[in-house]
Design a protein around this ligand. Structure first.
Ligand code: DON
Length: 566
């Protein structure tokens, strides 16, 4: 009897031992033939289905992006803009810039009252804050050039999700309650989450979006012209005209996405590729990686006081340079991008690093407030070794919260990313430098940092995040965690992050993840500290050379996010 019991116990332990490795890897997903990691599990599945049909990473990315416009409408969009970094299986890297543009009728002082102050938050509220959307043009251009499947096939999953509906989640339901009952909500938001019976769709019930399905059908049938010309463009102009907006059919017809060369640097055995201006993300990321190389970061313990100090000082310098120099390259031909991403510049920039004291941040010399999580990033890889890193946004959550109910989508409020008051830079982080002032057809400076790190000419890490200015820093620290601290992708995403953006002069840190001793030591050095609950919603993929497989992880702060592999 006793023998039998012992036998059963050891059998149980043996089984538990066998299961142990799996329980260790619960937050990572493996896929030999491809991986999609996004803010919504159905969008990740849409991408995987396209890969299974023989599509490549670009096909899957386009399908995922359109699906997120249906399932993750706070940031997934057709009314906003963003960036793609694409690494082809032959090792070549390119990018697509589909950032929104200022309308033809825009001007540098369009948001100011007679005293030169921002009028009624108009750079973020109301239709003046809407930039000419770029998403459909960008996805179309990338697909035309590099897609394998037909356009119709890659847009179709989103059309089906909008038409047939998908289960309302608790996260969306919480927003639905908040938005639908607000007196000041525009019609589109009041009715956005309601079913045909006029009631708010409850968790688990199917949420259908018939108006959005029709708009997506137009795009599916006519490609980019389905959005920038014809019925949809006519309705956009009509809605703008009757609600105080300035975007016209001419603005829409003129919008073009641009393929640009990535910014890159070598770091250890790796090559880092990221988004050039009009995003500041890649330039700042590379500047910071170079600064940390100059400071020999490999010899410094993760999360120690010197680690936080050096990382914060690198951020301070990169954000000051961002404020002084960066804007739309088509309007700033003299931008010193090559200098800012050079190793020599990093060495010189860190010459005044004092390991015992925080440096000053001086607004008269140059540095907007950091943002929330209202952008969305996803990463895609395929069986041939192509990789896509895509971040796109409406700026605030649900953008300007306005749009035509006939079209079923919401407009961005991206004009808020321009410097709003020429010449005025403040301690609180408002910036007034020239490179990013409003001008007709100009792209506003972004912080989005879709990034691909390569090893031996093949994708090794595909990463990005939402979070306004914090994006640059959370991507930066995740890259460091993988490249310097050898963390596996889920740990690298979840590990403690900080944020410094020059102005305001403070280190924002994820509370409970920084030790009390380190905090005390940093304060003694002159750093101001401010706790926050969460930084970043990172979606990442790494390649495990030993297993020869993609490994994906979605940030635990994304309620509906998922890594899907196959
Ligand atoms: O392009 C940018 O940098 C911002 N519009 C992103 C906004 C974001 O991540 C959410 N935060 N407010």
């Amino acid at each position: 009897m006793i023998f039998k019991k012992q036998f059963l116990v050891s059998l149980f332990l043996g089984a538990a031992g066998l299961l142990y490795p799996f329980s260790q890897t619960f937050s990572q997903t493996y896929g030999k033939n491809g991986m999609v990691v996004s803010d919504h599990y159905l969008a990740s599945e849409a991408g995987i289905e396209i890969l299974k049909k023989g599509g490549n990473a670009i096909d899957a990315a386009v399908a995922t992006a359109f699906a997120l416009a249906v399932t993750h409408p706070e940031a997934g969009n057709i009314g906003g803009g963003g960036f793609i970094v694409f690494m082809k299986s032959d090792g070549d890297v390119t990018t697509f810039d589909f950032r929104e543009k200022a309308p033809l009728a825009a001007s540098p002082t369009m948001f100011l009252d007679e005293n030169g102050n921002i009028k009624d938050n108009s750079n973020h509220r109301g239709l003046l804050s809407v930039g000419v959307p770029g998403t459909v043009a960008g996805l179309y251009q990338a697909h035309q050039k590099y897609g394998k499947l037909s356009w119709k096939e890659v847009v179709d999953p989103a059309v089906k999700l909008a038409k047939k509906g998908f289960p309302m989640s608790w996260g969306l339901y919480r927003v639905a309650l908040r938005m639908s009952d607000r007196d000041d909500s525009w019609d589109i938001m009041k009715n956005y989450f309601r079913g045909a019976d006029g009631e708010i769709v409850t968790p688990g019930e199917l949420w259908k979006q018939p108006a959005l399905a029709k708009t997506l059908e137009e795009i599916k049938k006519h490609g980019r012209d389905g959005f920038y010309k014809g019925k949809v463009a006519e309705e956009i102009e009509a809605y703008m005209k009757s609600n105080g907006g300035i975007i016209t059919q001419e603005d829409l017809a003129k919008y073009e996405a641009v393929e640009r060369k990535p910014v890159s640097t070598k770091f250890k055995d790796f090559e880092i590729f990221s988004m050039p201006p009009p995003s500041s993300g890649g330039v700042a990321l590379i500047e910071m990686m170079n600064l940390l190389e100059a400071a020999d970061i490999s010899s410094i313990e993760f999360n120690s006081t010197p680690y936080v100090h050096i990382v914060a000082e690198a951020m301070r310098r990169a954000f000051a340079d961002r404020a002084e120099f960066l804007g739309d390259p088509d309007f700033n031909p003299e931008m010193p991008v090559n200098k800012l991403i050079s190793k020599d510049f990093a060495k010189a920039r860190f010459q005044n690093l004092d390991m015992n004291h925080a440096s000053p941040s001086d607004p008269s010399k140059y540095g907007q407030l950091y943002g929330g999580d209202h952008t969305t990033h996803f990463s895609v890889t395929d069986k041939d070794g192509n990789a896509v890193s895509l971040t796109y946004t409406l700026e605030n959550s649900y953008g300007v919260k306005m749009g035509s109910s006939k079209l079923g989508f919401i407009f961005n409020n991206e004009m808020g990313d321009f410097n709003p008051v020429p010449g005025v830079t403040t301690e609180t982080g408002q910036i007034g430098s020239d490179p990013n002032l409003v001008a007709p057809e100009k792209r506003m400076l972004s912080s989005m940092t879709p990034t691909i790190v390569a090893k031996d000419g093949k994708p090794y890490l595909v990463i990005g995040s939402p979070g306004g200015r914090t994006i640059i820093n959370t991507v930066f620290q995740t890259v460091l965690n993988v490249l310097v601290y050898d963390m596996r992708i889920d740990r690298a995403i979840e590990a403690m992050k900080i944020h410094h953006q020059w102005l305001p002069n403070q280190i924002v840190y994820e509370q409970n993840l920084l030790s009390p001793d380190t905090k005390a030591a940093l304060e003694k050095m002159g750093h101001k500290l401010r706790p926050t609950t969460n930084l970043g919603v990172l979606m990442g993929i790494t390649f495990d050379p030993e297993l020869g497989t993609w490994v994906g992880a979605s940030d635990s702060s994304s309620e509906d996010g998922a890594a899907k592999g196959y």
